[in-house]
Ligand binder design. Structure first.
Ligand code: ZN
Length: 190
């Protein structure tokens, strides 16, 4: 075999290998893209009904008042200074008006002056889930209930210490349960 022929065969083999690598890489990229796409769609689908306290839309409609449904399930916002809790500073716990999960405690509530109940910290890490909200030409962080996925309000970076956060929550998305009053001085127990 002439040297030139030999060179030709090597070159062809090399090109074929290269071509195979390119095809393989493209196929892999396609599969990965398709996989991640279907995954994110799956996630989206899951996120609606995957909450521990999830209900169907029909069930929420029966359970909630029209105001509550509009806020919790359709992300509406109550008018400032109109809600039940923006000026309430009693001692107790705030629960999700849809599923009853404990969301905030009164010891993290503060008077922000914004007209909505404001807290600097949720009751626990699992109480709240955060979602980017790009409606009305703004980029805000939406706050939803970790138990049922209902819309509660938004969180901003202009809160007081120690977190510097302001959870701005619709009153209609909350149910306040007052703590039992501290026991009065009774007879001393030996
Ligand atoms: Zn909930």
């Amino acid at each position: 075999m002439a040297l030139a022929d030999c060179y030709k065969i090597i070159k062809t083999n090399y090109m074929q290998t290269n071509f195979a690598v390119i095809i393989f890489t493209a196929l892999l990229a396609f599969l990965l893209a398709a996989g991640s796409c279907s995954n994110s769609m799956h996630m989206k689908k899951q996120s609606e009904m995957d909450f521990p306290n999830a209900k169907t839309d029909e069930e929420w409609k029966k359970l909630l008042s029209p105001l509550q449904y509009g806020i919790l399930r359709e992300s509406a916002t109550e008018r400032p200074f109109t809600g039940e809790y923006y000026a309430l500073f009693g001692t107790g716990d705030y629960h999700c008006a849809a599923c009853g999960d404990h969301l905030f405690s009164s010891d993290t509530k503060f008077d922000s002056g914004c007209g909505w109940p404001s807290f600097f910290e949720p009751a626990s890490e699992k109480s709240i889930i955060y979602r980017e909200d790009r409606t009305y030409g703004m980029i805000r962080t939406e706050v939803i209930c970790g138990g049922c996925g209902s819309h509660l309000g938004h969180v901003f970076n202009d809160g007081p210490p120690p977190t510097g956060l302001r959870y701005c929550i619709n009153s209609a998305a909350l149910n306040f349960k007052e703590s039992d009053p501290a026991p009065q001085d009774g007879p001393d127990i030996p």
